[in-house]
Ligand binder design. Structure first.
Ligand code: PRP
Ligand code: MN
Ligand code: MG
Length: 187
């Protein structure tokens, strides 16, 4: 069975994602160009790896790139609600503008945990750039810090979506588009 045959429908094509990522990169470039501190763009592993790679190439400014890892889903489709940081930052974010890059904001618990963590490390502002936001599933409220801004690629309907970094049981991250998994693939 071909990988594409695991997908019920495509929500955003490779082309649509690429166009939106360019727009987000331009917006971030505009918003951060006046600052004299180099922003730190932090990808949340593993899901954000493709979005981060594409996004940073559309930010036309000197930036620092780093990763952090937060785990909350394990191998299932439902969040445990107990996110833990399992891979630390390499760079010091003290007095820096942090842009957290996510593939998806679902309940909000991962971002809420990361914002508290970045605050505790002394970041002067905390922004979020997520490819997808699923507002229907939000449980945990989070607040940006300082002049922090919220950037979102697409509002996501309440399906279990995979591809472009998003997984089911660690699989499907390498799909170049975002789609809905056929129910028989996880039943
Ligand atoms: C997923 C996704 C986000 C988070 C969003 O990561 O990549 O990081 O869940 O969910 P929340 O808003 O309910 O916290 P996951 O924990 O599955 O790890 P992964 O990125 O390695 O897939
Ligand atoms: Mn993730
Ligand atoms: Mg996951």
């Amino acid at each position: 069975m071909d990988l594409n045959d695991h997908i019920e429908k495509i929500l955003w094509t490779e082309q649509q994602i690429s166009e939106r990522v360019s727009e987000l990169g331009s917006q971030i470039t505009q918003d951060f160009k006046a600052g004299n501190v180099v922003p730190v763009v932090v990808g949340v592993a593993t899901g954000a790896f493709l979005f981060l790679a594409d996004l940073v190439r559309k930010i036309h400014l000197p930036i620092i790139v780093d990763f952090i890892r937060v785990e909350s889903y394990g191998s299932g489709t439902v969040s445990s609600g107990q996110p833990t940081i399992s891979f630390e930052l390499k760079v010091d974010v003290r007095h820096k503008h942090v842009i957290l890059v996510e593939d998806i904001v679902d309940t909000g618990s991962t971002l809420s945990c990361l914002i508290e963590y970045m605050k505790s490390k002394g970041a002067s502002s905390i922004s979020v750039c997520t490819l997808l936001d699923k507002p229907a599933r939000r449980k945990v409220h989070f607040e940006l810090v300082g002049e922090g801004k919220y950037y979102c690629g697409f509002e996501c309907p309440d399906y279990f979506v995979v591809g472009y970094g998003l997984d089911f049981a660690e699989v499907y991250r390498n799909l170049p588009y975002v789609g809905v998994l056929k129910p028989e693939m996880y039943e």
